[in-house]
Ligand binder design. Sequence first.
Ligand code: CA
Length: 253
Amino acid sequence: MSHILIVEDERHLADGLRFNLELDGYTVTVLDRGEPALEWLATNPSGADLVVLDVMLPGIDGFTVAAELRKAGIYVPILMLTARNRPEDVLRGFEMGADDYLAKPFELSILLARINGLLRRREWLQRSSAAAGEPAPPATTQPSDSFHFAGKSIDFEHLELRAGDKRVPLTLMEASLLRYLVQHEGKPVSRKTILEHVWGLHEDTDTRAIDNFIVRLRRYIENQPAQPKHLLTVRGVGYRFIAEPSADEEKLE
Ligand code: CA
C-alpha cells in the first residue's frame, strides 16, 4: 500500500484529499507547512511513496521544500500544486526537483490520475523487465535494469547515474526522460512526444520545461555539456540520444 504525504495549508482541501485517497486505499499523512514536512521526511526518508506539495505555504514555500529534499538526497516523487498556471512556476517547480505539477483549481479525478501515473512510472522505472504493451528496451539494456554507454551507466532501479567515481542521483522525471530517450536511441523525438509520453501531458504545455531537463541531463552525462555528443538537439524537432558517437565524431573532440 502506498503512503502519500500531503503538504497543504488549506484545511478543507487537505481533508478532502485525505478522505478520497484513503477511500482509494492509500495511507495518508497531512502536514500544513513545509518545515514539519522536511523534518518528517528527514526522519522517514522512505516513509512516503509520493509527496503532494502545495507551492504557496506559510513559512518556506513548496519550491524550497522540493529543493531541500533533493539536496538531502531524498528522491521521493513530488507532485506540485501550483496556484497559478504560469509557465515560470511550472519551470521553477521542475528545476527544484518536482516530478509533475497540477494547477489549482483541479478536478479530483485528474489529481488521482496524476498520482497513479507517478506511482506507476516509479514502478515502471524500478521494474527489471518491460511489461507487455510497453516499448521493448533496446538490446543494450541489461537485465539488471541499467544502461551502459561510453563508460557511464544509468541505474534505473536506484535512480542513479554513474560516471567514473561520480554518482548523480536522478529524480524520477529525469530518469523517465533518460529512459525514454535511451529506448529511442538514434531516433529524433519531438518535445511534444516527450511531453505526452514522459510527462503524460496532452495539453499545450510550455516545452521549455523539457529544454531545462535536457540542460540538466547534459551536465550529468556529457564530458563537455556545451558540445553534447550523446544528447543532441535536432533543430525544429527535439532531441536525439546517441549511446556511442561514431569514431569520426570522437576525433573532432
Ligand atoms: Ca496554500
